[in-house]
Design a protein around this ligand. Sequence first.
Ligand code: NAG
Ligand code: NAG
Ligand code: NAG
Ligand code: NAG
Ligand code: NAG
Ligand code: NAG
Ligand code: NAG
Ligand code: NAG
Ligand code: NAG
Length: 397
Amino acid sequence: MFDTLGLICMILWYMMLFHPLHADIQCMELDAKESPITNVNVDWRKMELSWESSRNFTGYKCIIMDRDMEYIETEVDSPLCSFPAELNMPLHKGVTFTIEVPNKNISKQCNFLPGGMNGSAIENFSCMIYNIFFMNCTWQAGRDAPADTQYFLYWQKSRDEEERECELYIKDENYRNMGCIFQNVSIGIEKAYFLVNGSSKDSLIQFYDEYIDLYKIEILTAPLNVTVHCTRNPMGCIITWHPPPTSHVENRKCFQYEISIQNKDEPKEEKKLPRVRNDSYEFQNYNEKKRYTLKIRARGKNCLVSSNWGEWSEPIEFGQGKDYFVFVMLFLIALGTISVTLLLYCLFKRYCSFKNIFPPIPQPRDKFNALTDEDIQTEYVNLPTKCHTEEITTAEE
Ligand SMILES: *[C@@H]1O[C@H](CO)[C@@H](O)[C@H](O)[C@H]1NC(C)=O
Ligand SMILES: *[C@@H]1O[C@H](CO)[C@@H](O)[C@H](O)[C@H]1NC(C)=O
Ligand SMILES: *[C@@H]1O[C@H](CO)[C@@H](O)[C@H](O)[C@H]1NC(C)=O
Ligand SMILES: *[C@@H]1O[C@H](CO)[C@@H](O)[C@H](O)[C@H]1NC(C)=O
Ligand SMILES: *[C@@H]1O[C@H](CO)[C@@H](O)[C@H](O)[C@H]1NC(C)=O
Ligand SMILES: *[C@@H]1O[C@H](CO)[C@@H](O)[C@H](O)[C@H]1NC(C)=O
Ligand SMILES: *[C@@H]1O[C@H](CO)[C@@H](O)[C@H](O)[C@H]1NC(C)=O
Ligand SMILES: *[C@@H]1O[C@H](CO)[C@@H](O)[C@H](O)[C@H]1NC(C)=O
Ligand SMILES: *[C@@H]1O[C@H](CO)[C@@H](O)[C@H](O)[C@H]1NC(C)=O
């Protein structure tokens, strides 16, 4: 029957894989004669393809290709191919292996097809790292998954680390696992591998897997210790800060910053947001009669740091603002009044001294003293009393 079908002879065989992934390997060969290549085997963990050969060939070519037609080729002289560690090809959509003997027109193709019910695998899997050491992963149940399906997440931070199950699941109202919280994550160089499989009484559940560069999913925290130092001469402010802490990067050159300075009196006016690589910035348009709100955020540049903008720092206010100048004016007026009073007092005193050529009589002087003291006191006391009442009002609110 194979002969009548012509050139293509298909030999199918199924292997129950040692790997707990429910999947089949299916091989077919593009050769009429029986292939010298047999017993194809895949070690997923090591990403190794091995086989047996009934003839001695000088070399083989292996190709691994995923559904998106991304492929990797390696050439070996023994029947064992190791795909590079950077391959990181997810398996849930299936992959195809091809073993060829160059110049001999011999080749064998094997498909890895994940098993299980279509539509039962999770959807919309996503993870994020926040607050330096925390990670969240979330997903949604497959749209055709049976109601009793329970999902489990396993992950491997790198190829050398062992696979671990999620320790703290996020559950929905039906106690189904819908996500996972990781409490002590540090970002490494390698991509991390995530696998979510599931079980149900009714049917086999398809798995989902993905490789993720952890640094790319980090939401950087805000830059630390933001300070503003303004000077009048020359007029300007120096803004300084420290880079946001991460679990894996110490280098200050790895960050870029965006600085937002808003004039509080004109909130509609959008300030241009300068982007700087330094840990400091000179704000030159400073006008001390205005009041400003400052915030800064960071993102990665060139290093293994997320290139998405992180969180804004807590807003800081600086500049003296109009209120301050009104206050200063009032203060100056008060000072003027006091000076004039004092001056008048002195003149008066001198006038009195002239009048009393004889040793001064203490009584009227004391009287004047007391009077002016009172005056001065009221001038000063009034203001703090006002402030005091204001303070109480705000406290009550
Ligand atoms: C292949 O070559 C090895 C030695 O290199 C030999 O031991 C073996 O018997 C050969 N096998 C076949 C099938 O020719
Ligand atoms: C390889 O086999 C195909 C048919 O299977 C044939 O068309 C082709 O000419 C062969 N090539 C060589 C180099 O033998
Ligand atoms: C599942 O879907 C794939 C295509 O996405 C199809 O080839 C396959 O036959 C389907 N399996 C079942 C059991 O319906
Ligand atoms: C996954 O997200 C997409 C887009 O947000 C949405 O349309 C889809 O329904 C989601 N899948 C599931 C199973 O909820
Ligand atoms: C991460 O988990 C926290 C706490 O459960 C939750 O508030 C937040 O929305 C989650 N974020 C994502 C992206 O799932
Ligand atoms: C967090 O992980 C590091 C190694 O990655 C380990 O040394 C440390 O003990 C862990 N801390 C906690 C609280 O689990
Ligand atoms: C899911 O995968 C893990 C690890 O690969 C395995 O130990 C577990 O038995 C699997 N569970 C199911 C329900 O397939
Ligand atoms: C930020 O300032 C605090 C004290 O104000 C200090 O303890 C801390 O070390 C500073 N952080 C950095 C990154 O310099
Ligand atoms: C960074 O700061 C240094 C001095 O500390 C200065 O020479 C340099 O021009 C600054 N670079 C930028 C891009 O502002």
